[in-house]
Design a protein around this ligand. Structure first.
Ligand SMILES: [Zn+2]
Length: 412
C-alpha cells in the first residue's frame, strides 16, 4: 500500500483554503461553515476511496472500507479539522489526511478489507466552546449530554444547538458510545507543535506519553503603602513576593525530570500604581510532566516556595489548584508494533517523544490501546499561520501507519 505524498499535499492545501480568514491562517471553529466544508472534503474523498461513512451522536465522522462491516474489530486512526483562530494548516489536519491516505492507498491496491477506520473528531481545540476534545470526550463517555449542553460558543449556542445541523444528537449519545472492544488500537498522527524534533532533525517520532497538567491560582497579600516614606525593611510587598515565586517556578522543572515544564502565564497586581507598594498579586501556574509522581512532587515544591516567600516578607498566601489532568502513558504493546513496522521500513531506531500538548489520544488512551506519531514542526511554531511541516515527513508517518494497520493480529 504505497502512500502518495502529492495526494497528502493536495488535501492539506485544499483544507487550508477552507478558512474564515483567507490569507491569515486556518480559522475553522467547530460547526462553522469552513469547518463543515473541510469535513465534507474528507467525506467525499473517503467515499471516492470506496468507504462507507457515518456520523456519531457526538458529531465525529467515521469511515471504513465498504468491505469492512461496522461490527468488525479494526484499527482506528484520525485527528481533528477544527482550528484555533488564525491557526496553522497542519494541526489536526495532518492526522486526518494520514488516515484518509491509507484508506486511498488500500483502495488503489484493491484491499477492500483493510481493517482501518478513519475518524474526524469534532471540536478538539477548545477555542469554540471553552473546553477541548469535546467530540472524543462525548464519544468516549467521559462527558455526558448534560456536560455538552453546558458549554456555549460565542453565539451563545450550546454544543447540541450548534451541532444539530452537523449530526450531533444528544438522545443517541449513550447508545452510540465508543465500544472499546471494537478497536484493536488507536494511532493518532499529529504535528509535534514544539521545536525538539526539528532542532535535532528527527522527522517522525513515536510518542510514548502525554504530559499531565496541573494549574493553580496563587495569591499573595501584602500591605499597600507609600513608595516614598516606607523603608525597605518595613514593607510587605506582594509583587516582590510574586517575583520570587515566578523565578522559583521557572527552576521547578529541573527538579522534576525530563520533559517537565512550568509557566506563570498571567499576573494581576493591585493597586498597580507607580507610587504604591503592591497590596496583592494573583498569578497562575501551569505545570506539566509525563508522569504523575513528578506532578505530585511539583505540587509540593510549588506550595513550599510560595509559603517561604510569603513568610520571608510577612505576606498572606493561598495556592488553589484549578485543574488536574493525569499524565497518560501510551500503550507499550502497540508501541512495539510501531517499532517493528519502523524496522521493516528502514526507519529504525524510531525517535521517541513525549507530548506536552493534550490531544484526542489522551481521551481514548484509558479505553483503547493508543499511541501517537509526531511529525516535526518547523522551528516548533504552531497555532500560528506560519505553522509548517514537511510533506515528506507526513508521508513517512503515513507509510508507517499503513504498515501498522495492515492486519489485526489475534494478540490485539
Ligand atoms: Zn491538534
Amino acid at each position: 500500500m504505497p502512500v502518495r505524498a502529492e495526494r497528502i499535499a493536495a488535501d492539506i492545501e485544499a483544507i487550508g483554503r477552507m478558512t474564515h480568514s483567507p490569507g491569515n491562517g486556518a480559522d475553522r471553529p467547530t460547526f462553522s461553515s469552513a469547518w463543515r466544508q473541510a469535513r465534507d472534503h474528507f467525506l467525499a474523498e473517503a467515499e471516492r476511496a470506496g468507504c462507507h461513512c457515518r456520523i456519531d451522536a457526538a458529531g465525529n465522522v467515521h469511515a471504513r472500507p465498504r468491505g469492512v462491516a461496522w461490527s468488525r474489530r479494526v484499527w482506528l486512526s484520525g485527528s481533528h479539522l477544527d482550528s484555533v483562530p488564525h491557526g496553522g494548516d497542519f494541526d489536526g489536519v495532518v492526522g486526518v489526511v494520514a488516515a484518509l491516505e491509507v484508506l486511498r492507498a488500500a483502495h488503489e491496491d484493491g484491499r477492500a478489507d483493510l481493517p482501518l477506520e478513519a475518524i474526524v473528531f469534532a471540536e478538539e481545540e477548545g477555542t469554540t466552546f471553552g473546553l477541548g476534545m469535546l467530540g472524543s470526550r462525548g464519544w468516549a463517555g467521559t462527558l455526558d449530554a448534560a456536560g455538552l449542553a453546558a458549554v456555549r460558543n460565542r453565539d451563545g449556542r450550546n454544543y447540541w444547538e450548534a451541532g444539530v445541523d452537523h449530526g450531533a444528537v444528544p438522545d443517541r449519545l449513550v447508545a452510540e458510545r465508543l465500544q472499546a472492544a471494537s478497536y484493536a488500537g488507536f494511532i493518532e498522527v499529529h504535528i509535534e507543535q514544539g521545536p525538539a524534533m526539528w532542532k535535532h532533525d528527527r522527522r517522525v517520532a513515536l510518542v510514548t506519553a502525554i504530559a499531565g497538567r496541573r494549574q493553580y491560582a496563587v495569591t499573595l497579600r501584602g500591605t499597600a503603602n507609600h513608595a516614598g516614606s516606607t523603608g525597605m525593611n518595613d514593607r510587605h510587598d506582594a509583587l516582590a513576593g510574586a517575583a520570587e515565586v515566578i523565578a522559583a517556578v521557572e527552576c521547578l522543572p529541573d527538579l522534576l525530570g525530563d520533559h517537565a515544564v512550568a509557566t506563570v502565564g498571567r499576573i494581576t497586581v493591585s493597586p498597580n500604581a507607580v507610587n504604591v507598594i503592591p497590596a496583592s498579586a494573583d498569578l497562575t501556574v501551569d505545570l506539566r510532566a509525563p508522569d504523575d509522581h513528578a506532578l505530585d512532587h511539583g505540587d509540593e515544591r510549588l506550595r513550599a516556595f510560595v509559603a517561604s516567600a510569603a513568610l520571608r516578607r510577612g505576606l498572606g498566601h493561598e495556592v488553589a489548584q484549578t485543574e488536574s489532568l493525569p499524565a497518560v502513558r501510551l500503550d507499550e504493546g502497540l508501541a512495539d508494533r510501531v517499532r517493528s513496522a519502523a524496522e521493516r521500513l528502514g526507519l529504525s531506531p524510531l525517535p521517541e517523544a513525549v507530548s506536552g500538548a493534550l490531544h484526542d489520544a489522551a481521551i481514548l488512551a484509558p479505553l483503547v490501546p493508543t499511541v501517537m506519531l509526531f511529525v516535526a514542526s518547523r522551528d516548533g511554531i504552531s497555532h500560528n499561520p506560519a505553522e509548517f511541516s514537511r510533506i515528506d515527513d507526513v508521508a513517512e508517518a503515513t507509510q508507517l501507519l499503513a504498515d501498522v494497520v495492515r492486519n489485526v493480529p489475534d494478540a490485539f
